[in-house]
Design a protein around this ligand. Structure first.
Ligand code: XMP
Length: 463
């Protein structure tokens, strides 16, 4: 049993507690962060409020015990907590400490109870996976949750649910819907119709790349090139919310048209497939508002004539599991590893008017930036990287002449889920190279700035 972290304090009224009898059940239990604090409190340890929350990377001063077996060298741990375990309960050994946390890990091997104050599950704890593997070994659980078994399970579930019916899927170009396309094509063959509405707001070469990869892997894909229609609808619109609304609306209308066409040609479609992931499910169940991040992809606003049943095979998966599945299904690596990209695409990164000319400028800048991240080996370290075309123009010089050109902003962030983010401290030489390349190659740009704001207070996108 793994008890996860959470935002509450164990002392909050109504804070989630331990299920009755859990710690006495003889099951191995690993408590992470809040989970460890619950264990500590329930077994006679003490949990205290920290004067300041600890957030960020910490180095373990020492580590030992069963969870750390075989772990060598330095151990960097990601901390994110307000409370801390002040005194470990009787029977527990303190198995790790940091400069500011006296109980960074504890264990009672006899009872099979383990606690970690840091988060072993995030990328910022590079050796966290080893710790989790050790826990698994101790539990005797077999590691059969692999891409291959996930794939086999999902294929079977899809076939059982869909029977002989037809399925329609909207492809956005992102990894979730593309992977779903591959899975459904494998499970259902021609009974899947995937529709890729190319709104003309994707990055350089992206639409073709997606099309090639999916059709190459057997997806029955219809590409609707609707760039002109979207651009016409966006003409003179500068307000970002307005842009989003227009894009969402056009998208649903085009999808609707395609759905009608496919039904007329092939017969009734019973299911609408969506690449909903587990975090979306959690968000929708939780606070109102969190769920509308993906509202544009959610083809919810379809008229009643389509009484589709929803098919959401990924609703219990996390992003990294979808990526593993994508690889298993043969998706090219550059698509698998691609950074998140917003549904409304470059329209929201083109501050001010969205015109073909301005989009072309933004595409070139974005391509130079992202290609350089790959070239310097920095792409993987970045959770999301983007270029923004600002409406700001200012004076510059080039050769003998004066220029009056745009400022572009570059942004690169690390994040776990996009809810909070930190800007990446990209090396100065890298930034200098990219800046020179951009201003040399793109005459419409004479200034390049790098965004050094975290989220909050900023957001990841500019808009
Ligand atoms: P912000 O800018 O709110 O973005 O910090 C958080 C994450 O969400 C992505 N994003 C979107 N994704 N449709 C999407 O599918 C959208 O309308 C949208 N707006 C923002 C953004 O790229 C970042 O990864």
């Amino acid at each position: 049993m793994v008890l996860s972290g959470g935002p509450s304090s164990v002392y909050d009224p109504g804070a989630p507690g331990l299920p009755d009898g859990l710690l006495e059940a003889g099951l191995p239990v690993l408590g992470i962060c809040y989970g460890m604090q619950l264990i500590a409190r329930a077994t006679g340890g003490s949990v205290a409020r920290s004067p300041v929350s600890e957030y960020g990377k910490a180095r373990l001063e020492r580590f030992e015990g069963r969870l750390f077996e075989g772990v060598e060298g330095e151990f960097v741990a990601w901390m994110s907590h307000g409370d801390h375990v002040e005194r470990a309960p009787e029977g527990f050994a303190v198995t790790a400490t940091t400069a500011s946390t006296s109980v960074a890990a504890m264990e009672d091997a006899a009872r099979g109870l383990y606690g970690l104050q840091f988060h072993p599950e995030v990328l910022h704890t590079p050796k966290g996976t080893q710790v989790l593997e050790n826990f698994l070994r101790l539990t005797g659980v077999s590691r059969d949750w692999t891409a291959a078994t996930i794939l086999a399970t999902l294929e079977e579930e899809v076939r059982a649910k869909v029977g002989d019916e037809r399925v329609l899927l909207a492809i956005s170009g992102g990894v979730d819907s593309s992977t779903l396309g591959l899975l459904l094509a494998r499970a259902l063959g021609e009974r899947l119709t995937a529709v890729f509405v190319d709104h003309g707001l994707l990055r350089q070469g992206e639409a073709h790349q997606v099309e090639r990869a999916l059709t190459g892997l057997g997806v029955n894909l219809t590409v609707v090139d609707a760039s002109e229609r979207f651009l016409a609808a966006l003409a003179d619109v500068t307000d970002p919310e307005e842009k989003r609304k227009i894009i969402g609306h056009e998208f649903v209308r085009l999808f609707e048209r395609e759905a009608r066409r496919v039904q007329a040609e092939k017969g009734r479609i019973a299911f609408l497939a969506q690449g909903t992931l587990y975090p979306d499910v959690i968000e929708s169940a939780g606070e109102a508002g969190a769920a509308n991040i993906k509202s544009h992809h959610n083809v919810g606003g379809l008229p009643e004539e389509f009484d589709f049943e929803l098919l959401e095979p990924f609703r219990h998966l996390f992003k990294d599991e979808v990526r593993a599945l994508a690889r298993e299904l043969g998706m090219p690596e550059e698509l698998v590893e691609r950074h998140p990209f917003p549904g409304p695409g470059l329209a929201i990164r083109c501050l001010g008017e969205v015109t073909p000319e301005r989009l072309a400028v933004l595409r070139r800048v974005d391509d130079i930036f992202v290609s350089a991240l790959h070239e310097f080996g920095l792409y993987q370290e970045t959770w999301q990287a983007l270029a923004v075309l600002t409406p700001l123009r200012s004076v510059g010089v080039k050769g003998d002449g004066r220029t009056y050109a745009y400022t572009v902003a570059l942004r690169a962030v690390t994040s776990v889920d996009g809810m909070t983010a930190d800007w990446v401290h990209l090396p100065h030489e890298f930034l200098a190279t990219v800046s020179t390349r951009i201003t040399n190659a793109v005459p419409e740009v004479n200034r390049v700035v790098y965004d050094i704001t975290s989220k909050p207070p900023a957001t990841i996108e500019w808009e």
